[in-house]
Write a protein that binds this ligand. Structure first.
Ligand code: 6GU
Length: 305
């Protein structure tokens, strides 16, 4: 997967070099780049913001540096993809000149507008187009997803994280101040798939901290990023219930004992105890999640609780 982050405060994204995400980059599972739209500002002061039309507090980010930053990362990704293309089989018709030219052409096609008939607008269309099926073992290439972190976005959930983890190229556009000029997003919808996403119902100063959270939630779902994939299946928000409490040695600590069921060695009783803990904890802390549970996923013992 390739992830580009567009931010006028690139230092905010430094933590992405650490820990599991840093290792995923080193291991070649993830390509991660941060681009500063200020690099595309043309005036002497490299201005990226201005006062809002219609008045009001704060500043609005100017659209052009963001458009150029987006174009540059989409083009770079398409060029990388074209360079990774295996050489044509001997005897096959020439693919249109040098590799560099082919890369350029792919980049142009990736940036062409929604109206262009040869560019599918989504994955389903990409797969449905006859004669354009992806080679076996390769994901169908589709337009990048532009994630726009915003308290006005759709809520970012574990389901959204799974959807994004299946993408080839994600671009995050971190607005600051009062946001980016809406025309940037209108234009971007003709180039990429745009997805405004919010972490929850509170306001941050900008998208950078939200991007740290989203990139971590997404990249840990990429196969190979987490050492033990079983840890993905048991955790909160998969299965609709919160996680059960956990304990380790010593069995007694400051007059507190580990629940005896966990010491019993009886796998059936332990599984039941953990499930009950999940249900009680979820009912107390997140009644909204209990109401959303699929009754088909509840067993008799759940209902007896
Ligand atoms: Cl994604 N961005 C900002 N600026 N504030 C937020 C948010 C995102 N999610 C919750 N609050």
């Amino acid at each position: 997967m390739r992830i580009d982050v567009l931010s006028i405060f690139p230092e905010y994204l430094e933590p992405l070099k650490l820990s599991l995400i840093g290792k995923a980059v080193t291991d070649g599972l993830l390509q991660l780049q941060v681009t500063d739209p200020r690099a595309f500002a043309t005036d002497r002061h490299r201005t990226v913001d201005d006062t809002p039309y219609g008045g009001g507090a704060g500043m609005v980010m100017k659209p052009e540096p963001w458009a150029q930053a987006l174009e540059s990362v989409v083009r770079a990704a398409a060029q990388d993809a074209a360079l990774a293309e295996p050489p044509a089989a001997p005897g096959a018709p020439p693919a249109g000149g040098s590799t560099a030219l082919a890369a350029h052409e792919v980049a142009e096609s990736a940036m062409s507008g929604l109206g262009s008939p040869q560019v599918p607008t989504d994955d389903a269309a990409a797969r449905a187009l006859p004669g354009q099926a992806a080679a076996p073992g390769r994901a169908a290439s589709s337009r990048p997803v532009l994630v726009v972190p915003s308290p006005a976005g759709e809520v970012f959930t574990q389901d959204v994280a799974y959807e994004l983890a299946a993408e080839e190229h994600l671009v995050f556009a971190c607005g600051r101040y009062e946001g980016i000029d809406e025309r940037f997003l209108d234009w971007a919808r003709g180039e990429v798939r745009v997805r405004p996403l919010s972490l929850g119902d509170y306001v941050l100063n900008g998208g950078e901290v939200a991007v740290l959270a989203m990139v971590e939630a997404v990249t840990r779902l990429i196969p190979g990023v987490i050492g033990n994939p079983e840890s993905l299946t048991e955790e909160s928000h998969t299965g609709g219930l919160l996680e059960y409490p956990v304990y380790t040695k010593p069995a007694a600590w400051r007059d507190r004992e580990v629940p005896e069921t966990l010491l019993s060695g009886h796998h059936g009783r332990i599984a039941r105890w953990r499930r009950d803990q999940q249900l009680v904890r979820t009912a107390r802390r997140r009644p909204d999640m209990v109401l959303a549970l699929d009754p088909a996923h509840l067993d008799r013992a759940d209902l007896a609780l």
